[in-house]
Write a protein that binds this ligand. Sequence first.
Ligand SMILES: Cc1ncc(COP(=O)(O)O)c(C=O)c1O
Length: 381
Amino acid sequence: MSAAPLRSRFPILEEETYLASHSLGAVPASAKEALEGYHEAWARQGIGAWEGPWAEAIATFNEQIAGILGAPEGTVAPMLNATRGMAGVASALDPSQGRDKIVMTDLEFTTSYPLWRGFEELGAEIEVVESPDGVRVPAEAIADAVDESTLLVHTCQVYFRSGALQQLEPVVEAAREAGAYSLVDGYQSVGVVPVDVAELGVDFFVGGSHKWLCGGPGAGYLYVREDVAEELDPRLRGWFGLADPFAYEQLEGRGPPAEGARRFLGGTPNVPGLVAAREGLEAIREVGLDRIRQRSLDLTDRILVHADAQDLTVRTPREEDRRGGMVCLDFEGAEQATDELAEQGIVVDWRPDCGIRVSPHFYNTEDEIDELFGALARIRG
Ligand SMILES: Cc1ncc(COP(=O)(O)O)c(C=O)c1O
């Protein structure tokens, strides 16, 4: 696949050597018109916008995310962010009913710890499975931690600190066999690594649009397996999670929940965020995840070759089926080098216990990778 014809759709690529899609994906120029359309409907149609373009924006976002995840209709709901998706799941679980253990790893994104630690106050026990090398966690180690007392297993598909791709099948399988739920955080994988949530059989899958999906903030999502949604009644539920929100009933109790993932909704979805996300999601669909994955593997291979030539420490698994779209490179002075690269218009970022994170996406070129390493060689002298 040639990246050239697509590049002109992403304005930032004219300005920068942009290799930070694990953090914030490049936004297509067309998102500007989409947002102008949002404003236009608001300005000219007033409340009429709700029943027209805004309702459509919500439905389109759900369809787009479902398409990317391989999720059946009705199993995806928009969330303000991935954390809100996790919180919705937590609010549907009860650690006082015989199962109280939450299994997670020590490589999850920062948000997962305060979230599930908060659940400890309701009686949950957290078991954190440690990575032996700070890069990956063997799937068997997670599976071994799952037992009859496990309520939920939570893991990332790709870890933010190392770019390691988790083998999810044994984890989901172990949860299922033990009668526990499984939750996958796909924020660092969806958009660059193909996933099929239905085939995987996972119970919950959360993520958002502002990284590899090029969709901007405020457009997170929650997938809930069909049969799992029907057996749960999230306490973090509001009028949009009711079977008929627009009946405006004076409810005695909590009211009948909507079908499927929609029951996890609270209030009004973040329409401008969903509108802004549409263009990035469409670009991903258009290019296709299999092509994106192949392109990503080719470009990350090139990074590994350069890194070895410059004797940098690679903190990402090298095997193709064990890495996502990001490569972490470490060396003395890596944090400062990140700033110097930025001064030269080369955008990457730095994280502790990781080093420089480099993330080419489908719109990047081989030349940009070479430029990064040329600059690194000069900076490091
Ligand atoms: C793996 C992972 N999960 C979750 C998040 C954050 O999720 P949110 O801010 O949408 O709650 C991030 C990064 O921002 C991440 O890398």
